[in-house]
Design a protein around this ligand. Structure first.
Ligand code: DAH
Length: 344
């Protein structure tokens, strides 16, 4: 048995000197110390030894086992150190190399337009309020004086999401419900704008998208008249398009305003002479507006005998596409960096 143990030690030392990797070492451990390893095999023979021999062989076996365990762990440490050295040598940091450029983001063209409009209206004393995109149907339609048979309520035009406690929920089709929320929450005087996303069940093409953007405005106070509306919105048009721009108000019909109008501005492309952009009319339609309907005021808890006001709503996507000459609405929503980086 003594010879066997010594032979094991000799062959271990020989093999240890050949081992080059952590894997080799694990291999060695299994072959010498594992369940079926050579040391285990020898130890099984202990039982056959005489009483006198057993402690002597036991001591020698322990010594050999110790040699193997220590040999493996020393070599392991050595290999790990070498690997670390090698890595440190190859991964040396050259502080003189130029840094990797971090690409700088920019604002989306729509956001640029929203920021610009917010600046203009803040400058005229408006505050900015936010409203939910998932909205009660009654806020989107009923409180705005829209009749039950209005075609916009049709399933083919509006996304209905759910019904809670008998109340239908829609993806808002306009930013106008923010008017309702504002009037319920605050007492006049009110002077707010609210930009945001709106949804309609439209097909997607160059000028339509089921998701688009509007900005809503609402002014309520005593003695607000149509001339306040015209003055405010004409000034807004000048701030947005320049001092030379002219505005005109065409009669129109909305359920939540009476009288109602649409505001056009002279075409920025041709200065009003007529071109492809304005369909040869010289005018571009910018927004819908009107004096808030007494029914809307009443429904929202404001006395139309005391207060009056005006409201307006404009499509932001069209303002952006006209401003930048973007030929297709879809470009605004595709998140193509080749497009977006042109606005920095
Ligand atoms: N909500 C209207 C639309 O989506 C736009 C609008 C028109 C808003 C007149 C108003 C308004 O506040 O007074 O077509």
């Amino acid at each position: 048995m003594k010879e066997e143990l010594l032979a094991i030690r000799a062959s271990f030392e020989e093999e240890l000197s050949q081992a080059k990797s952590l894997r080799d070492l694990e291999d060695l451990r299994v072959r010498f110390l594992g369940k079926k390893g050579s040391m285990t095999k020898v130890m099984k023979g202990m039982g056959r030894l005489s009483k006198e021999e057993r402690p002597v062989m036991g001591a020698l076996a322990n010594e050999v086992r110790e040699t193997i365990t220590k040999g493996i762990s020393d070599k392991k440490e050595q290999i790990e150190n070498e690997q670390l050295e090698a890595r440190l040598a190859t991964e040396k940091l050259d502080v003189t190399l130029p840094g990797a450029e971090i690409p700088r983001g920019g604002r989306h063209p729509l956001q640029i337009v929203i920021d610009e409009l917010e600046d203009i209206f803040l400058g005229m004393g408006f505050s900015i309020v936010d409203g939910p995109e998932i909205e009660w149907s009654k806020f989107n339609f009923d409180y705005l004086n829209m009749p039950p048979e209005h075609s916009a309520r049709d399933l083919s035009e509006t996304f209905y999401t759910d019904t809670t406690d008998g109340e239908e929920i829609v993806l808002r089709t306009q930013t106008s419900p923010v008017q309702v929320r504002t009037m319920f929450k605050q007492k006049p005087p009110l002077k707010i704008i609210s930009p945001g996303r709106v949804y309609r069940a439209d097909e997607i093409d160059a000028t339509h998208s089921p998701v688009f953007h509007q900005i809503e405005g609402l002014v309520i106070d005593k003695n607000i008249t149509m001339s306040d509306l015209k003055g405010t919105l004409s000034l807004f048009a000048k701030r947005l398009y320049g001092e030379d721009v002219k505005t005109r108000f065409r009669p129109h019909q909305f359920y939540f305003t009476e009288p109602s109008a649409e505001m056009d501005v002279t075409c920025a492309q041709c200065g009003g002479k007529g071109c492809r952009v304005c369909g040869n009319t010289g005018w571009i339609e910018v927004l819908g507006c009107g004096m808030v309907h007494p029914n809307v005021l009443r429904e929202c808890g404001i006395d139309p005998e005391i207060y009056s006001g005006f409201a307006f709503g404009a499509g932001l996507d069209r303002i952006a596409t006209l401003k930048y000459g973007i030929p297709d609405l879809r470009l605004l929503f595709e998140n193509d960096l080749r497009f977006l980086t042109q606005f920095q």
